[in-house]
Design a protein around this ligand. Sequence first.
Ligand SMILES: C[S@@+](CC[C@H](N)C(=O)[O-])C[C@H]1O[C@@H](n2cnc3c(N)ncnc32)[C@H](O)[C@@H]1O
Length: 254
Amino acid sequence: MPTLYDSPRYYDLAFSYRDCDAEVEVMRACAERLGLGAPRHVLEICCGQAPHLSAWHAAGARYTGVDLSRAMLDMARQNAGRLNAEATFVEADLAAFDLPEPVDFACVLLASLYARDTAHLRAHYDAVARALAPGGLYFMEWTVDFDPMVDVIDTWEIERESVRVQASYWTRCINRVDQIYEDTLHLDIEDKGEPLVLEDTAIRRRVFPQEFLAFVAAHPRFEFVGWWNEWDLNQPIDGSKPVNRPIIIVRRVQ
Ligand SMILES: C[S@@+](CC[C@H](N)C(=O)[O-])C[C@H]1O[C@@H](n2cnc3c(N)ncnc32)[C@H](O)[C@@H]1O
């Protein structure tokens, strides 16, 4: 079966329900509220086809994207070319990249922190700490599991430009002690009547709230700033309600 990230156009379609302009507005509002001001240079880890690039470009920010998939990065480069955006793309693992100069804002979106185990996760945060200037912010979407998904199946459908995408996402536990899960994203596509099936299976080390706080408190380069539900700064997470698409922010300290 062809892999999902080798077909960025269909991936893009499957997640086109998001309002990327509004999401960039939230990230900009966080940066303003937390004293950083307007981000000047944004790093997106696991950037894929860079769906937020156009809004960052419109806001006057430089953009650097890191991703492992050449096909996704090719589509990102095409997007940047069309926009004439100041953008750089690095083909690298989320835990093994080094940038020539520091950025002031980093983000990882759509739960894309694909760290496979604890060592990989630590190496990832060390890489982000190297990439961020002191005082810089790391904005993460759904990288902490408040409502652990176990054996969950989610499905949705998108239809656009004669293409119909039926998407399914499911997760299963591989190791309860190591907190390792296998996440599958499966697309059944009909493109002008032609059927196509695409899938991606990824191993992810889940992170739970209290261990995240303990990890950040022990990290020499980060401090915890806050977390909010559903991309909404009016919904700080206090644990009393179910959590969906949370945003989490840490700051790079000296
Ligand atoms: C769900 S997509 C997210 C793309 C984009 N950020 C978005 O918001 O739509 C996840 C991306 O993570 C990339 N990826 C997966 N594992 C990675 C790793 N270990 N290092 C860097 N990129 C990785 C995939 O190639 C894919 O482009």
